[in-house]
Design a protein around this ligand. Structure first.
Ligand code: DAT
Ligand code: MG
Length: 151
């Protein structure tokens, strides 16, 4: 089963959107398997966003993501990475479709309220940065027995 790393950025927490975003992912049928609130250190933020090191917006990005508490989560489900990315919408909220999280709740790329892994490689890397294996809970929901049987 695929796992993806989703993080509610400081603007989501400041704007009281945490429940709304978690609710959307939950109602879609993705399964929450790990969650914690934390304040990112510069080191952790730079590690999380290392692919953007050297880009013009890197300092702003790190400054913003460390500016207040974030909520880090792991969500599980079939095709969870792509499904969550589609629900989040385009990186630039002025281009994301209405009905997506960013399309409905954000206006600026620098403050686009949610992070989601973009590939299975990033998902594995990002999950490992934020969670130890014992913090990720393996459990089943009733519907899964109907979909997958006993395995
Ligand atoms: P995404 O968050 O959709 O995966 P990304 O990985 O390209 O997008 O960039 C990470 C974050 O960096 C993004 O959510 C917001 C910020 N960012 C990206 N491009 C930017 C730009 N051109 N100007 C300002 N911030 C940007
Ligand atoms: Mg990205």
């Amino acid at each position: 089963m695929e796992k993806t790393f989703i993080m509610l950025k400081p603007d989501a927490v400041q704007r009281n959107l945490a429940g709304e975003i978690i609710g959307r992912l939950e109602k879609k049928g993705l399964k929450l398997v790990a969650i914690k609130m934390l304040l990112l250190s510069n080191t952790l933020a730079e590690r999380h966003y290392e692919e953007h090191l050297g880009k013009s917006f890197f300092q702003n990005l790190v400054g913003f993501i460390t500016s207040g508490p974030v909520i880090a989560m792991v969500w599980e489900g079939e095709n969870a990475i792509q499904v969550a990315r589609r629900m989040m919408g385009n990186t630039d909220p002025q281009k994301s479709e209405p009905g997506t999280i960013r399309g409905d709740y954000a206006l600026f790329t620098g403050n686009n309220i949610v992070h989601g892994s973009d590939s299975s490689q990033s998902a594995m890397r990002e999950i490992e940065i934020f969670f130890t294996p014992s913090e990720i809970i393996s459990y089943r929901k009733d519907l899964e027995y109907w979909i997958y049987g006993d395995r």
